[in-house]
Design a protein around this ligand. Structure first.
Ligand SMILES: Nc1ncnc2c1ncn2[C@@H]1O[C@H](COP(=O)(O)OP(=O)(O)OP(=O)(O)O)[C@@H](O)[C@H]1O
Length: 325
């Protein structure tokens, strides 16, 4: 078979149709484990790369740190709503993670690039919360909750899974908080959209200011993802990249009021998840209880649908913006 054998893993990096996705730091290919099991192979270049040039070294250091974090977190997390790490190999300064193969990301679903099976609407939210609660229970903050890092299982019954633990961090047990170093500032613009206000640089501040995140920062991101999912691709804080950033900092979820009527039952929970002050935000335990109550004994579920935002001069525009695609 053409392609590359790395221990128990097989993949073909040259075959474009096997490329599942590309992150800032990694590639993900469809591959095989033990010769027959279909898996997703995420591979990341790690340190000690002999031919790396001076400019590449900083980038490789970031990759190494990410792959270490991903490895450490995933080995300790075992939950139906967290991506399963099946095997790890390392060869020629490249680390290969064999992961449970998924059907699509939540982002692809919202962009209508996936129309396969999905759990009922409230159950999708419940799965995200349960996965995240498990991460927190195990003493980690995920720190990168966004629609592209939430996967839809291939296996039935369909599950929603948290993935991409490259930025995860241990949190102190008492406060659930962590210090924020410059590593967050390497984020691409798009990723800032999902970050809680306490993690963002205020443009009025001079230089880099000391920040502290906590598990409540994940709750904020999850609240934004809930809205994105329920509206098929809208962000609660606005429709333009620059205004979203400022509206997050100022605690103004200007699009929240456009949540479609059938989804109003989630509104107060989302509102409480995306409050400006982390200490005011609802706990994930309470979010889970609210969702359980909404689901109730019967499971009637209207479909998610995209919304139209009137151009009222505040933050609206009636077309879904390009950067969300
Ligand atoms: N287990 C999987 N099954 C199917 N597709 C996957 C799987 N894991 C990742 N992907 C695809 O690969 C993409 C990139 O994966 P991932 O987010 O883990 O990489 P990353 O380098 O950590 O990303 P980023 O730098 O954006 O945080 C995902 O958005 C998804 O499209």
């Amino acid at each position: 078979m053409p392609g590359l054998d790395v221990g128990k893993i097989w993949l073909d990096k040259t075959e474009r149709r096997l490329l599942l996705g590309r992150g800032q730091f990694s590639h993900v290919h469809r591959g095989k484990l033990n010769g027959s099991k279909e898996v997703a192979i995420k591979w990341i270049v790690v340190e000690n790369q002999p031919e790396a040039g001076y400019n590449q070294i900083a980038a490789i250091k970031q990759d190494t740190q990410r792959s270490k974090r991903e490895d450490e977190a995933l080995r300790q997390l075992d939950h139906p709503n967290i991506i399963k790490l099946l095997h790890v190999e390392e060869e020629n300064s490249i680390k290969y993670f064999a992961l449970e193969l998924c059907a699509a990301t939540l982002h692809q679903y919202c962009m209508r690039r996936y129309n396969g099976p999905m759990p009922p609407v409230a159950v999708v939210l419940l799965h995200i919360v349960r996965g995240l609660r498990h991460v927190h229970c195990k003493g980690f903050a995920h720190r990168n909750i966004e629609p592209k890092n939430i996967l839809i299982s291939k296996s039935f019954p369909t599950r929603i899974l948290l993935s991409d633990f490259g930025l995860s961090k241990s949190v102190s047990n008492l406060s659930g908080s962590y210090s924020v170093s410059q590593d967050r500032s390497i984020n691409q613009d798009g990723q800032l959209l999902w970050l809680a206000p306490e993690l963002l640089d205020n443009p009025d501040d001079q230089g880099f200011s000391e920040k502290r995140g906590s598990i409540a920062s994940d709750t904020f991101s999850a609240g934004c993802v809930f809205f994105f999912y329920l509206t098929l691709g809208w962000h609660p804080f606005g429709s333009r990249l620059d205004s979203i950033y400022m509206n997050i900092l100022n605690g103004k979820p200007v699009i929240l009021r456009y949540l479609p009527e059938e989804q109003h039952r989630f509104k107060s929970t989302i509102e409480a998840m995306i409050l400006k002050k982390p200490e005011d935000r609802i706990s994930l335990e309470q979010v889970e209880n609210n969702l359980q109550e909404i689901i109730g004994p019967y499971l009637f579920e209207p479909e998610t649908e995209s919304i139209r935002i009137p151009d009222d001069g505040e933050d609206g525009q009636d077309e879904r913006p390009d950067w969300l695609m």
